[in-house]
Design a protein around this ligand. Structure first.
Ligand code: UFG
Length: 347
């Protein structure tokens, strides 16, 4: 258990989710005081319980929805966060295509509600969980993707996040809110688990490629469906940049230390290399030793062909570089947790 000390007071929205829980864990281990907020629509109480055990008196959790402005304001006035890390969001590209209003309401309105509460309670620093989905389908000349790549998202998820980026950038240094300091971290595909196996990745429903491959390895699914084998990529399947969740969390720690009043820091967080869907399946086969059957299936709506980052700005601005650059090592951490928790947090 972490020893109680007067560290920073950090509000973590989405603390019961995959990335939020890993971030809360790291902050607690550095001695920060963390208030986790989550509406538990997609997050896990099991993750919260682990954080409570590890964080002891430095961790509190409130079940709250960002759209409940009165509750949010009251919680924030009590806790008085010095900084907010905002993860809470719906994050399924495919779902966003079919339920756009839900995405705009939850992701965009929820964030605006949070911003208003921050301003009212004097919390002036935010690290926002943005996404490479804001870039849409970059022209080949824009690969690897830098922060200057045009942002033309091709799905409501990406648009709901881009709108929040724009609200933050408009507010940052404005006459209305001169003290606001913003870090926008645009994540590529996050994978892996806490290397010590305390937390993991468990989405309901599961749509993410790595956990799906591991479910096939565990015999919980028959096969992996490869969504599209006719993309203009070397093997015809989509290419993504898989960054380890603990590396991603380190980028947040670094951003927290650097975010300053009236300034905006923008960085892509990826490893700078793309892997195709077939390469990910092969990696999961090597790590698990299981056959992991697959079959080609139609494309999934809203999926760009190829996304991988130029992490140069993250190196420069955040002094950040990933420790996990081998896909097999990333997958091995995911497998370590999943094998020990075949039903995820449901146990
Ligand atoms: N895929 C399959 N079969 C599956 C699941 C996924 O072929 O069963 C493919 C997808 O089509 C995609 C790739 O594997 O090409 C990765 O898919 P994921 O669902 O794992 O991840 P996404 O790229 O769709 O989305 C993730 C996050 C988003 C984030 C995005 C940025 O969920 O929040 O990365 O690329 F915005």
């Amino acid at each position: 258990m972490a020893s109680p000390r007067d560290g920073r007071r950090v509000l973590v929205t989405g603390a019961a989710g995959y990335i939020g829980s890993h971030a809360a864990l790291t902050l607690l281990e550095s001695g920060d005081r963390v208030l986790g907020l989550d509406n538990l629509s997609r997050g896990h109480l099991g993750a919260v319980q682990i954080l409570k055990k590890i964080g002891g008196p430095n961790f509190d959790f409130v079940k709250a929805d960002l759209l409940d402005h009165a509750q949010l304001l009251s919680v924030m006035r009590d806790f008085r966060p010095e900084v907010v890390i905002h993860f809470a969001a719906l994050a399924y590209v495919g779902e966003s295509v079919h339920e756009p209003c839900r995405y705009w309401t939850n992701n965009t309105m929820g964030s605006l509600s949070l911003l208003d509460a921050m301003r009212r309670c004097g919390a002036h620093r935010i690290v926002f969980s943005s996404t490479c989905a804001t870039y849409g389908t970059p022209a080949p000349a824009h690969l690897p993707i830098t922060e200057r790549c045009p942002q033309t998202p091709i799905n409501p998820y990406g648009r709901s996040k881009l709108a929040v980026e724009q609200a933050l950038l408009d507010s940052c240094g404005s006459r209305e809110w001169p003290e606001l300091g913003v870090a926008l971290l645009r994540y590529f595909n996050v994978a892996g688990s806490d290397p010590q196996g305390r937390l993991g990745e468990d989405h309901r429903p599961e749509t993410h490629l790595v956990p799906i491959c591991l479910e096939v390895a565990l015999g919980q699914r028959e096969r992996v469906e490869v969504f599209g084998a006719d993309y203009p990529t070397p093997d015809g399947t989509c290419v993504r940049d898989y960054v380890h969740v603990t590396d991603l969390v380190d980028a947040h720690r670094s951003a927290l230390e650097r975010v300053a009043p009236g300034t905006a820091l923008i960085a892509n967080i990826g490893i700078g290399r793309g892997f195709s869907v077939r390469e990910v399946i092969d990696s999961c086969r090597r790590v698990t030793g299981a056959a992991i059957p697959h079959r080609d299936a139609p494309r999934r709506e809203g999926d760009p062909a190829e996304l991988f980052s130029d992490p140069g700005e993250a190196h420069r601005l955040l002094k950040w570089s990933p420790r996990f650059t081998s896909l097999d090592e990333t997958v091995a951490t995911a497998w370590h947790w999943r094998r020990a928790h075949p039903h995820g947090y449901a146990e």
